[in-house]
Ligand binder design. Structure first.
Ligand SMILES: NC(=O)c1ccc[n+]([C@@H]2O[C@H](COP(=O)([O-])OP(=O)(O)OC[C@H]3O[C@@H](n4cnc5c(N)ncnc54)[C@H](OP(=O)(O)O)[C@@H]3O)[C@@H](O)[C@H]2O)c1
Length: 339
């Protein structure tokens, strides 16, 4: 089969190539998917570059990314099932995640065929395209893991999503709207129409209006880009409100060259031990099977309507990453190994 492979860390144009590799075999409890669509997202950029450096100590390989095929999200048809799999049959339309432990390693989805655990795949609704579904597993996992069942995102509550037109933010926006919250979306000017279309009731141009001056307005601030100091973000919270940080290195343009945005993130985690406006450690996180099942349900119910900017063939993976990192896309960038 054809796959994108990487033999050393570095810029995609110098390190990615398309190659013939062996078709993977599904093991016990695993499913092989013929991949019709796979997403291009920020964490894949991180693994391709081997940055921040600690990810190389988390299983990705010190000198070269292992395994060598990028990609974490798939949508396609079941091609073969391993022993013990009863939930799927060849020909089923599915979407899900090829992540095994965590996504700071390449997970093999940028290929004609990929293998996933059977509990990390769900049925694809008939009216959802492969490209739309492929945008959801990783970004949706982050959004749902952070939102959980926080009552501050519930009916009648006031939620602000900063970066609401991006991959994670657009899911947070739609999910909180679906739960009945009033949502204010902060974005760059060219994505304001998109966030309006996704259901935001108030729209804020992040380049012209500083949301941290909206003192005491929001029960929940879901902050993806982290463009304002968090101490100032806390001012936007209503009494009892919560600040959720996702964080974004903006492809090496923010943060420290070696540690990226990790120092700021860990500082917030420490502060969370005594500041109730931040979520403290120790609260249980939903796993990928749980968030995938919820994403499947939200798609079926029409709460989620994923927006795709463009679909490119596998051999244009470098161009797909260029589009993502230059911010030229409004909606997700997707690769189609089997168009
Ligand atoms: N997407 C995934 O599947 C995925 C998977 C694993 C981990 N993650 C992680 O999750 C984090 C978020 O990723 P993401 O994929 O959601 O990123 P994203 O799609 O780039 O979303 C961030 C959004 O914030 C916007 N933005 C930038 N500056 C802003 C400002 N000053 N005010 C308001 N909005 C602004 C960006 O616009 P521009 O694009 O124009 O800059 C973009 O729409 C990253 O740390 C990423 O590594 C994502």
């Amino acid at each position: 089969m054809i796959a994108v492979v990487q033999d050393r860390y570095g810029p995609p144009a110098r390190t990615l190539r398309v190659a013939q590799v062996e078709v993977p075999r599904p093991g016990r409890g695993e499913v092989r998917v013929r991949v019709h669509a796979t997403s291009v997202h920020a964490d894949i950029w991180h693994v391709i570059h081997g940055r921040p450096l600690p990810l190389r100590f988390m299983g990705s390989g010190l000198r070269r990314p292992l395994p060598p095929i990028p990609g974490t999200d798939v949508a396609g048809t079941v091609d073969a099932v391993g022993s013990g799999v009863t939930a799927f049959r060849p020909g089923d339309r599915v979407f899900g995640s090829t992540v095994r432990r965590h996504e700071w390693v390449h997970c093999g989805a940028w290929a004609e065929y990929a293998v996933a655990r059977d509990d990390r795949l769900v049925a694809l609704p008939a009216d959802t395209s492969f490209a739309q579904a492929a945008t959801l597993p990783s970004a949706g996992h982050i959004a749902l893991q952070n939102l959980r069942d926080d009552v501050r995102a519930g009916p009648g509550r006031s939620v602000l999503v900063n970066g609401a037109g991006g991959a994670v933010g657009s899911i947070a926006l739609q999910v909180t709207r679906g739960r009945g919250a009033h949502v204010t979306a902060v974005e760059l000017p060219r994505k304001l129409d998109l966030v309006r279309r996704l259901g935001a009731e108030q729209v804020v141009d992040g380049t012209a209006d500083d949301f941290t001056t909206h003192v005491g307005r929001y029960d929940l601030v879901f902050d993806v880009p982290g463009t304002r100091p968090y101490r100032r973000c806390l001012r936007a919270l209503a009494p009892g409100g919560r600040y959720l940080t996702i964080g974004h290195e903006a492809y090496g343009r923010r943060g420290n060259r070696i540690l990226g945005i990790m120092p700021g993130f860990f500082a917030l985690m420490l502060r969370a031990r005594f500041d109730e406006r931040l979520r403290g450690p120790g609260t249980p996180l939903p796993d990928r099977s749980t968030t995938l099942a919820e994403l499947g349900r939200l798609l079926h119910e029409g709460v989620l309507d994923p927006v795709v900017d463009r679909v490119l063939p596998l051999d244009r993976a470098v161009e797909a990453l260029d589009v993502l990192t230059s911010g030229a896309n409004v909606g997700a960038v997707v690769l189609a190994p089997n168009p």
